[in-house]
Design a protein around this ligand. Sequence first.
Ligand code: ADP
Length: 265
Amino acid sequence: MLDVQGLQKTYYGSGQAVEAIRDLTFTVDAGELVCVVGPSGAGKTTLLRCVAGLLPPTAGEVVLEDTVISEPPAGMAVVFQEYGRSLFPWMTVAQNVERPLKEKRLPKARRRELVGEALEAVGLADVPTSYPWQLSGGMQQRVAIARAIAYEPHILLMDEPFAAVDAQTRADLEDLVRALWQRLGVTVLFVTHDIDESVYLGQRVLVLSGRPTEILANVDVDLPADRDQLTTRSAPEFTRLRGEIYELVQRAKRGERPSPADPSH
Ligand code: ADP
């Protein structure tokens, strides 16, 4: 489904060149939910922007469904951290969700149907005519998620989408993402700096090294598919995985590089 091959990204600014990503190679199968964690500044956002076709790689390529990405691809939706900036304040909730569907040139009746279903799925069926600024942060992020799923993407990219909401809302939104992923069968690439979140959400966690970035490890999350905040987070396997990834991120922070023998998926 998604094939990242030898991705390298160097920023050339007015001053020194910054090599954000040195060499990333990994694949994501159709229907997988893969999390990416790494220390701050490791290039997570850079990776996601390259995958989203918003930033050209310096070397290597990103292939989505057999097509090399050179611009934002049709089958992809992205949810960013800054929900406040990603919604249009002069449009109602329903109009925000509908907008990309208009760009897709779907007929009005189908647009209505998709908007209704998406708002229902994120628990916002009762506020279609509200404006984003009338809603809490968590609700605004739900609107952004509704907009993404209404678009019926093949792959959903999420860049630290819950970093700016409170802990309770964050837990609810994590459960919402798992539920939607299970129901819709969409492929999800979820970037976070939160280790617990990566284990709770993912089937697999890619741990990035520090800059210049490579993949330090690929950790399979062998937890039951039905997860809940209490049982899953108190399971011994959850604690073990969290410890393993915590240790890997500490090693990344200390500048450890992957050994050539490390398996990358
Ligand atoms: P993360 O999301 O993991 O925190 P980023 O992808 O935002 O990491 O950044 C990776 C590195 O690239 C950082 O050192 C950052 O300072 C640098 N960087 C990010 N964007 C730019 C840019 N537009 N110009 C120059 N350097 C940048």
